[in-house]
Each structure stands twice: as C-alpha cells, then as structure tokens.
Design a protein around this ligand. Sequence first.
Ligand SMILES: [Zn+2]
Length: 59
Amino acid sequence: MKTINCREAGFDCDYTVRGETDEEVMKNGMEHAKKDHNMKEEDITPEMQQKIKGLIRSS
Ligand SMILES: [Zn+2]
C-alpha cells in the first residue's frame, strides 16, 4: 500500500491518499485535489507532481 498525507502536500487537510502503486496513488491524489481542493488539471504542474511523488510512503 502506498500513501500520501494531503497535509504534507501543502493542504490544510487530514485526508490520506491511498493506492497500490505509485501511479495509482498519484492518480488518486489528483482526483482528490480536483474534487476536494478545486484544483484544475492545469494547476497540477510537473514540478508539483515531482514534489508529491517525493511524499509517497510505502507500508
Ligand atoms: Zn486533501
């Protein structure tokens, strides 16, 4: 299981994004950001994706 703490990604949010793989947790993270933080596709820059990838934890 891979997880990202939304708070560590810079949001005031206690949500934990989960997925089986890095790709899946990133995809779920993008869905969460768009749905719950009103982010748009173009707001999620490659730089931001790199930063968020660095926050992925394995458990
Ligand atoms: Zn969140």
